[in-house]
Design a protein around this ligand. Structure first.
Ligand SMILES: [Zn+2]
Length: 67
């Protein structure tokens, strides 16, 4: 999984990747991305699923053009 922008493993992010807020006592991780709360985890996952849908749409559009 090296095809998406990630923080280097040895550099701890200082801010939540979703809301850019500062971390509280607990950090949540999704796909090795640090997030500040369960709410942000859900938003992050929803965004990832949206990306996958978008990619599928792109693939099918390219397929239709090739026909
Ligand atoms: Zn957050």
């Amino acid at each position: 999984m090296r095809n998406s922008p990630q923080y280097p493993w040895n550099v701890a992010p200082k801010r939540c990747a979703v809301c850019d807020g500062r971390f509280g006592l607990i950090r949540h991780y999704s796909w090795r991305t640090a997030l500040c709360s369960k709410k942000c985890v859900n938003r992050f996952k929803a965004r990832q699923e949206g990306d996958h849908r978008w990619l599928r749409g792109l693939h099918s559009a390219a397929w239709q053009r090739a026909q």
